[in-house]
Design a protein around this ligand. Structure first.
Ligand code: SF4
Length: 382
């Protein structure tokens, strides 16, 4: 049956819901990966993108109670609750101005006690420090919350934030769209329709966005395919999605802690199927924080063309037990990509090229360099 899917891909035909199920269920993940790799190389060749970005979560106080979340605290003052002052948030950039990020990616809890002006000032303050910094901030779930909480339409929220310095929206908050799952894991935040509508409105205003899917918990393959096809339908309509990011569920310290985390094979297969079903979304990210740098590196041959960025400091996945490092240097990202026999391309948020790094002459030579270095270390230690 995989042959039928392969034939459709060769003929440039769009894959169906049933094809998605075939891909998720096929026993040989390498065969699925090969198909995704063909599409990835047709779109991007060996180019593999990353950027200099910085994650920031300015508050973990949240009125919602998502079952998979290890990050949120219900109210200010409860153990572990933290809301940065504006000065504390801005300082995160000020102390890095020697080697500044190109993008700040901000995602937060849904704090009921902050004025809307806090978020406007937050953006404006970063722009005062570095006028060309790209502010990729607030998930569709946060935008929906702002609209409800402060009595505005999505357009009004987005326009005000844009005037303050917002440049694009990240993709978080999508989780699993299907109501069978969403009502169980995220019953008290934006619905699937509201999430998609925020993105639709943002795209109409010329604000580009990313999208995600949290996989590997109680959802079935049917739910995953449904999720991906809803995003594909939105993209047919608006063309405003830049990248899709599959996010692996991590169980530590949350309401689904008894479930196992998805395996590396599941992560690779999900990247591959995403590449194959989302034929209209330009980029598929192997988000190294979610899947570890090592699995993300392999995913670059399973359909992913982007490994995300330097990050610097991430707290959401760490709270859920991720053992990925806090941040990665540009050198480490370049090496990960080169050793996967790809060409590292530093990009800005809109995928404009900042710098194209050389490909390792041939993959073997990168490994030879490593072998030579190992020999040097051996000599030093002996
Ligand atoms: S996932 Fe987001 S909305 Fe849900 S509880 Fe955590 S911080 Fe709140």
């Amino acid at each position: 049956m995989l042959e039928t899917v392969a034939n459709k891909l060769r003929a440039g035909e769009r894959l169906s819901h049933e094809d998605g199920l075939v891909l998720f269920s096929h026993p040989d993940v390498v065969e699925v990966g090969k198909l995704a790799n063909l599409v990835r190389e047709r779109l991007h060749g060996d180019r593999t993108y990353f950027n200099r970005n910085m994650r920031l979560e300015v508050t973990n106080v949240c009125v919602a109670s998502c079952l998979f979340c290890s990050f949120a605290k219900l109210e200010e003052g409860s153990p572990g609750a933290r809301t940065m002052t504006l000065e504390e948030a801005w300082r995160e950039l000020q102390v890095r101005m020697d080697d500044p990020p190109a993008e700040i990616h901000i995602v937060n809890g849904l704090h009921p006690g902050l004025p809307f002006s806090y978020y406007e000032e937050l953006l404006a303050g970063f722009k005062r420090i570095k006028p060309d910094i790209h502010m990729k901030c607030f998930t569709a779930v946060e935008i929906h919350f702002f609209a409800r909480h402060y009595g505005m339409t999505y357009v009004e929220v987005l326009e005000r934030l844009r005037r303050a310095g917002l440049d694009s929206l990240p993709g978080g908050g999508a989780e699993i769209f299907h109501p069978e799952v969403r009502t169980r894991i995220s019953h008290d935040k934006a619905t699937a329709e509201e999430y998609l509508e925020v993105h639709r409105v943002a795209h109409r205003l010329g604000i580009r966005t990313n999208a995600t899917m949290l996989y590997g918990h109680i959802e079935t393959f049917e739910h995953r395919v449904d999720h991906l096809l809803r995003l594909r339908a939105l993209q047919d309509e608006t063309k405003g999605l830049q990248a899709f990011i599959p996010l692996a569920f991590h169980p530590d310290g949350n309401g689904m802690k008894n479930l196992p985390a998805p395996t590396a094979i599941d992560a690779l297969r999900t990247v591959a199927v995403s590449r194959l079903l989302l034929d209209n979304v330009p980029h598929i990210k192997a988000y190294w924080v979610s899947m570890t740098p090592e699995v993300a590196q392999i995913a670059l041959r399973f359909g992913a063309d982007d490994i995300d960025g330097t990050i610097v400091h991430e707290t959401i996945y760490r709270a859920a037990g991720s053992r990925s490092p806090d941040g990665l240097t540009v050198e480490r990202l370049v090496r990960l990509i080169q050793e996967a026999a790809r060409v590292p391309v530093e990009r800005d948020t809109f995928y404009n090229v900042v710098r194209e790094h050389p490909r390792a002459a041939v993959p073997e030579s990168a490994l030879k360099v490593r072998d030579r270095n190992a020999r040097k270390h051996l000599e030093v230690l002996s």
